[in-house]
Ligand binder design. Structure first.
Ligand code: IPM
Ligand code: MN
Length: 353
């Protein structure tokens, strides 16, 4: 298969983990005879420095022209520590989501048996937990009308019927492909926008008779994902709730450095780790490349390259089992492996498989 990939490495640890993501994609291309071509483009703090815009028009064009975007992370301490900065790297991320119409963010939550002890939660509770959170990504408070003066500020949590219908359709379809259990997470006891979500979900339920659909308030869901993670199969929720819930669910996996995601929508699909740019670790060969590598696996699976995706997953599992791990998940007394060594081990495993 020929795939044109836009490569957006961004800031902080982005370029380092991206190199390993690409090395793994290349190992797959060699093994299976695919042609993957890469076009790099700037975004985030880098792009602010270069052209004053965290998601420049040129980058947008590169993304629109590609079959898929492989994205790493944006963010920089210079902006985090400066509340008055007029342009921020994160604005580029939001502009990218909006302009590419990436309304469905798929965040899988799975465990690795050998890393269960890394979670702050009890092992027996976690074993076998495997669900996905589908976060609406281009609506709600993030993009609704905002206002701020010295005495008053507001953000509007606005959703329209078409926005709700399209994300729920994605969720029902994922549930059909998985264990046919959908949980709609909202705050319908308080918020009007949530009541519309719930109304539309109930209207759509009869079209998916095989799916068991239940409804849960976000505060309750925040508790249940930790106390009963095996209950869930597919969760769908609005932008803000999904943002918060998926940081929380990352502690089920044991490390932010292991969590990939896909953002799908109207134009080019995008694949990125859930974690951020970790500027403190930039250039230190410390960051875990696995979330980026698994994002590449999700990219390939999106195009039906399931065997290829599965081989990447097998290679990642093997690296963890062999204790070829970055420091944050390494066993006590285990050897030191950096970003590059872990990436190379996984790419070599694929080449020799
Ligand atoms: C995420 C991030 C972003 C978000 C930030 C960086 C704007 O936290 O992708 O979850 O809030 O969506
Ligand atoms: Mn977040």
């Amino acid at each position: 298969m020929d795939l044109k990939i836009a490569v957006l490495s961004g800031d902080g640890i982005g370029p380092e983990i991206m190199r390993q993501g690409i090395a793994v994609m290349n190992a797959i291309a060699n093994k299976y005879g695919h042609q993957f071509s890469y076009t790099e483009a700037i975004c985030g703090a880098h792009a602010i420095d270069a052209v004053g815009d965290p998601f420049p028009e040129e980058t947008f064009k590169v993304c629109m022209d590609a079959d898929a975007v492989l994205f790493a992370a944006v963010g920089d301490l210079r902006f985090d520590n400066n509340p008055t900065a007029k342009v921020r790297p994160e604005q580029g991320l939001l502009a990218m989501r909006k302009k590419l119409g990436l309304f469905a963010n798929i965040r899988p939550v799975a465990t690795f048996d050998c890393l269960l002890h890394k979670s702050p939660l009890k092992e027996e509770l976690l074993r076998g937990a495997d669900f996905i959170v589908i976060r609406e990504l281009t609506g709600g408070m993030y993009f609704g009308e905002k206002y701020q003066d010295n005495d008053k500020a507001y953000d509007t949590d606005i959703y329209t019927r078409p926005e709700i219908e399209r994300i729920l359709k994605v969720a029902f379809e994922y549930a059909m492909k998985r264990n046919k259990h959908l949980t709609v997470v909202d705050k319908a006891n308080v918020l009007a926008s949530s009541r519309l979500w719930r109304q539309i979900a109930k209207e759509m339920e009869p079209s998916y008779p095989e799916v068991t659909t239940d409804y849960m308030f976000i505060d309750n869901a925040a508790m249940r994902v930790l106390t009963e993670p095996r209950f869930f199969d597919v969760i769908v929720t609005e932008n803000t709730f999904g943002d918060i819930l998926t940081d929380e669910t990352s502690c089920i996996t044991g490390s932010m450095g292991l969590q990939p995601s896909a953002s799908l929508g109207e134009h080019t699909p995008l694949f990125e780790p859930v974690h951020g740019s970790w500027p403190q670790a930039a250039g230190k060969n410390l960051a875990n490349p696995v979330a980026q590598i698994l994002s590449a696996a999700m990219l390939l699976e999106h195009f039906g390259l399931n065997q290829e995706g599965a081989l990447i997953r097998t290679a990642v599992d093997a690296s963890l089992d062999a204790n070829v791990r970055t420091p944050e998940i390494q066993i006590e007394g285990g050897e030191h492996y950096g970003t590059e060594e872990v990436g190379k081990w996984i790419a070599d495993y694929i080449a020799n498989a």
